[in-house]
Write a protein that binds this ligand. Structure first.
Ligand SMILES: Nc1ncnc2c1ncn2[C@@H]1O[C@H](COP(=O)(O)OP(=O)(O)OP(=O)(O)O)[C@@H](O)[C@H]1O
Length: 572
């Protein structure tokens, strides 16, 4: 502009010196030059802080330099720019204008507009039995209505999308809601005392399965959360005595749903149990009644050759009850027992917490379980063989006299019968049984000895003993070894040998495979809630790798465990 002005002045033949003088004296040019000088100065020297509060912002401070660096980093710049984009966005659709015919007592009314997207509304309604009004019964945690913060349980509906709900059934109101597209406009009388939400953050493991679609008592089946035994649930609201709100951890859903409260589920379990035909609980029968059955000494004895050879490696063929039934007419107890003869009725939800073993803590006990013949012993043996310095089995107790090649405390702890009985009386055995007049058992102390020696104790147990061994002392990590499909077993078990009742090894027969599959299915249906991990034993090599990985995870990664294990006063 200056140049242009001078050019025009020259064209008009005006005294150039006078013009230049007046130009340089022009206040705007002087100001401009001052600004320029200041900028030049600040390029070389940093400005001092004007206020004391601004002192920490002087760029020489390392904090400020770091902040500057952080703010300049591309991902933060991207975040800020994303924020700006969102902040400037005009949201669609535009809500309709408020209805003109607002009632006189508009103070008591509230107009709520919600934009319906693909999610359900997340609220249930019911009729107030006394007044006949349609009221909001429940707001589902994390749902559309909850996130709006505008609807509350107890609000009385007056209109939905301009249609008065007076005299309508809740089902008819639901129809209006279901048919509405885009926005839903509620006219409602808000509840006077908005109840304080009693949101809890409780994690539980379901000990029973639940299907809302099959429960006629649930207030709204669509709002129900189906779950299976063993699922971890995050309970977010226990306000209602009967229906809690929870979400399944595996669902990654933000919206919760309805689950029966602990008391209600227990009641449902009991009702289900009583509705079942009466069946004898053969699993409760004392094993000592029949000396030929309770313990199959083949399980204890047949591994003898391998055992002695490998005892340096710390491997014992473990002691187990009733692994392979004899040729008697006894049915295995699982055929007769109703599914509900276990503890789910006592506490259908088990409170759980995330537990990560501290490197200084004892290792968690590793428990392998599986139907007879599936390969539990084989996998245990291989695991110990891989690293005998790390893995070890507990030494069992017996009342039988030692054999010539046996060493006290190596193969067995040989104890008198009275001692054994005293140990039984004091609940010192995880598992015990009798065979041919002698008692055998695996004691808690034997397991603790291994754990105290900073080794990982690997043991195989029958599922019936799960309840008793789930203690904070042992913190067992239970791995279920599952058979693959029968056709895969036919392939993989071609050269495998099954231990039979006559001290012999013979090839697997078709009925062995079927029995194994059936037993696995039954065990899983009854006990899957206790399984921390399941390994399908198709090929031994793969199963071994999976087992090693699972054992490492159990010791080094966070796992869900019963909350009672971590309470110091726990007597679990
Ligand atoms: N994945 C597999 N592939 C081939 N053979 C296998 C596999 N797993 C196990 N076996 C073989 O099957 C036979 C039975 O295994 P194992 O003795 O470990 O069974 P178990 O589960 O301990 O049952 P039990 O206590 O009744 O003996 C063994 O000969 C074993 O080597």
């Amino acid at each position: 502009m200056v140049v242009e002005e001078v050019r025009q002045s020259v064209n008009r033949d005006i005294n150039g010196a006078a013009l230049l003088y007046s130009l340089l004296n022009a206040p705007w040019l002087r100001s401009l030059l001052k600004v320029y000088e200041c900028l030049q100065l600040h390029l070389t020297t940093r400005p001092p802080a004007v206020l004391n509060a601004a002192l920490p912002l002087v760029p020489t401070s390392p904090d400020v330099r770091e902040l500057q660096r952080l703010l300049m980093s591309p991902h933060l710049q991207a975040l800020l720019s994303a924020h700006d984009m969102v902040a400037q966005k005009d949201y669609e659709p535009v809500l309709p204008p408020l209805p003109g015919n607002l009632p006189e007592d508009e103070e008591a009314m509230r107009i709520v507009c919600l934009v319906k997207n693909k999610q359900p509304l997340g609220a249930t309604i019911k009729r107030n039995e006394v007044t006949g009004d349609i009221v909001v019964a429940r707001i589902i945690h994390g749902g559309l209505a909850d996130r709006s913060g505008l609807l509350h349980a107890g609000d009385t509906l007056v209109e939905v999308n301009g249609i008065g709900v007076d005299g309508l059934d809740p089902e008819e109101v639901i129809q209006i809601l279901a048919q509405s597209q885009g926005t839903i406009v509620f006219k409602l009388i808000p509840i006077s005392d908005c109840p304080v939400s009693s949101q809890t953050m409780l994690y539980v493991r379901a000990m029973a399965s639940y299907c809302p679609q099959q429960d006629p008592a649930i207030p709204c089946a669509d709002a129900g959360v189906p779950f299976r035994k063993g699922d971890i649930l995050e309970v977010v609201d226990q306000t209602d005595m009967l229906w809690w709100q929870a979400r399944k951890l595996s669902d990654h859903s933000t919206c919760a749903g309805l689950i029966p409260s602990s008391n209600l589920l227990r009641r449902k379990q009991r009702e289900f149990w009583w509705s079942q035909p009466l069946q004898p609980h053969t699993c409760m029968k004392s094993s000592s009644q029949d000396d030929t059955l309770p313990i199959d000494e083949r399980c204890v004895e047949t591994g003898k050759a391998a055992w002695v050879a490998q005892s340096d490696a710390g491997f014992h063929r473990s002691f187990r009850l009733c692994r392979r039934k004899s040729q008697s007419n006894h049915q295995p107890c699982y055929v007769r027992c109703p599914a509900s003869c276990y503890s789910a009725m006592a506490s259908p939800y088990e409170e759980v917490v995330r537990y990560q073993r501290h490197p200084e803590d004892r290792y968690r006990l590793i428990v392998l379980m599986g139907p007879s013949g599936v390969g539990v012993n084989e996998l245990r043996r291989r695991l110990i063989e891989i690293n005998p310095q790390m893995f070890q089995g507990p030494v069992p107790h017996t009342t039988r006299p030692p054999k010539s090649y046996e060493e006290v405390g190596r193969e067995y702890h040989f104890v008198p019968r009275e001692t054994f009985e005293q140990m039984v009386y004091n609940h010192r055995f995880l598992e015990f049984g009798q065979y041919k007049g002698n008692w055998y058992g695996t004691s808690v102390e034997a397991v603790k000895v291994v754990l105290d020696s900073r080794k990982i104790c690997v043991i195989d147990l029958e599922p019936q003993v799960i309840q008793g061994m789930r203690t904070h002392e042992l913190k067992p990590y239970i791995i279920f070894i599952k058979p693959p499909s029968i056709s895969q077993m036919r392939q993989t078990r071609r050269s495998a040998r099954i231990v039979t009742e006559y001290y012999t090894h013979r090839p697997f027969k078709e009925e062995d495979l079927q029995e194994m599959e059936e037993a696995a299915r039954w065990t899983e249906s009854q006990y899957c809630q206790f399984f921390d991990h399941v390994i399908v034993n198709e090929t031994l090599q793969d199963a071994c790798v999976h087992l090693l990985t699972a054992v490492r995870r159990a010791q080094d990664e966070p796992q869900w465990v019963p909350a009672s294990w971590l309470r110091p006063e726990s007597q679990s």
